[in-house]
Ligand binder design. Structure first.
Ligand SMILES: Cc1cc2nc3c(=O)[nH]c(=O)nc-3n(C[C@H](O)[C@H](O)[C@H](O)COP(=O)(O)OP(=O)(O)OC[C@H]3O[C@@H](n4cnc5c(N)ncnc54)[C@H](O)[C@@H]3O)c2cc1C
Length: 231
């Protein structure tokens, strides 16, 4: 998804159909991928804008204190990150190939908050970049320029599970492995498994139409999505 576009949708909640678990989960497939940002001595990638000078920033607003103040009022100070060092991990992709310079990370907890953020950004022409587990391998999860990052990590509630119809309703920031572990208790499983399952979010999985290890049986993930709530 192009990260400099304000009029995009941010997935906030999802309803998915599930697979029947044919066997117990495999203890040897850890797959958990760390999200830690390696600093101190490790080379960080060149800024994307310098690496690709032909890519131009859109005519979006520069972030002002008024904008940040509004986000703080909406989410509370602790869910609006502006510290440069803290922002760094959200600006660099998983394989440390590209780097943006966002100075504002927002951490909504509900669809309503996502919706309010998106309408404010739209009205004020502020570019946004939705980010889940930041395990994408093509640079889509990090800003190209100074887009505001909307991180879904606090939207991690499983809302309901129907073990008869095999339907789960959850927020976009649920970690894939947590969903799968939750379903395993009912003999169900996610129709998706991939190496980044310990870090990637279901919202990111749907946005990328992820394939993975169960692809041949269940197809790409969007085929299992029964509905989405978008802000
Ligand atoms: C070890 C490893 C193994 C992998 N194996 C596979 C594999 O087998 N198959 C496969 O398909 N991929 C694989 N991937 C790639 C990656 O894990 C998937 O693309 C995953 O679906 C991304 O999820 P995420 O939460 O990390 O999304 P992110 O990387 O955070 O974001 C990916 C894209 O989705 C957008 N996005 C994220 N959340 C939302 C949201 N709530 N609303 C709107 N847009 C959103 C972002 O803006 C970005 O464009 C692998 C990655 C790693 C590191």
């Amino acid at each position: 998804m192009f990260s400099g576009e304000t009029r995009q949708l941010t997935l906030a909640g999802l309803r998915l159909s599930l697979g029947k678990r044919p066997f117990r989960s495999r203890p040897w497939s850890s797959g958990a991928a760390s999200r830690r940002f390696a600093s101190g001595g490790t080379l960080i990638p060149q800024l994307t804008k310098d690496r690709y000078p032909d890519v131009c920033r859109g005519a979006f607003s520069e972030l002002t204190d008024r904008h940040v103040g509004h986000f703080r009022e909406l989410l509370g100070a602790d869910r609006v990150v502006t510290d440069e060092d803290e922002c760094e991990g959200f600006n660099v992709d998983w394989i440390k190939n590209v780097r943006g310079y966002s100075r504002c990370i927002l951490k909504p907890k509900t669809t309503e908050e996502v919706s309010k953020i998106m309408s404010f950004c739209n009205e004020n022409s502020i570019a946004v970049c939705p980010q889940g587990g930041n395990t994408g391998l093509v640079g889509g999860s990090v800003p190209v320029f100074d887009e505001v990052v909307i991180w879904t990590g606090l939207m991690n509630k499983i809302i309901s599970t129907d073990d008869t119809s095999g339907v789960v309703v959850c927020q976009a920031g649920c970690i894939l492995e947590n969903l799968d572990n939750h379903l395993a208790e009912m003999g169900l499983m996610m129709p998706l498994d991939l190496g980044a399952k310990g870090s990637c979010h279901i919202g990111g999985n749907v946005a990328t139409n992820a394939g993975g290890l169960r692809l041949l049986r269940y197809g790409n993930l969007q085929g299992s999505v029964l509905g989405i709530e978008a802000g």
